[in-house]
Design a protein around this ligand. Sequence first.
Ligand SMILES: C[S@@+](CC[C@H](N)C(=O)[O-])C[C@H]1O[C@@H](n2cnc3c(N)ncnc32)[C@H](O)[C@@H]1O
Length: 168
Amino acid sequence: MTPIELEIGMGRAHFLFERAAVQPNHQIIGIEYKARWVEQALRKQQREQIYNITPLHGHAWEIVPQLFKPDCLSLIILNFPDPWWKKRHKKRRVLNEPFLNLLVSLLRPGGQFFFQSDVLELFEVYQVLLESKLTKLPCDKNPLGAKSHREKKCEEAGLPIYRTLLYK
Ligand SMILES: C[S@@+](CC[C@H](N)C(=O)[O-])C[C@H]1O[C@@H](n2cnc3c(N)ncnc32)[C@H](O)[C@@H]1O
């Protein structure tokens, strides 16, 4: 069966395209609620005839419950997810306990969850949440062979990036 991967908040979709190139036999789905990034990704996909990605427009909380069956995802990726890292914006953060419960139920046993951020405060909150549901693996660098736009910008600027890799 084709491994299915899900990137939540794909932004400019750099990760999605690079991951598609390193894992040509995987199907990689990206969800993004800014329409222009999705339209841009769809145009690039058509131009370059890339068949193993599916960029989707919408809110992850609405799309994910409709799209997947339990135990069907091999990898979930959350790259630099939120501009909403301040405490007063907590309600807008993409990862909360109910949504993570759903995501964990969609991961197949052994499936992995990769999360990275340059915002330490947010990273620490999400790390505690993730480690309460999943088992941590060693991870000092991005192991996925693909980089997001924000990741490249942080590296260019010499900013620290906090990462965690876990499995079900
Ligand atoms: C800081 S940007 C990072 C984009 C990309 N992941 C990267 O690393 O370059 C976060 C992205 O997540 C998207 N986003 C945040 N919450 C979302 C949600 N609930 N559903 C879909 N997209 C979301 C935002 O629109 C934005 O494009």
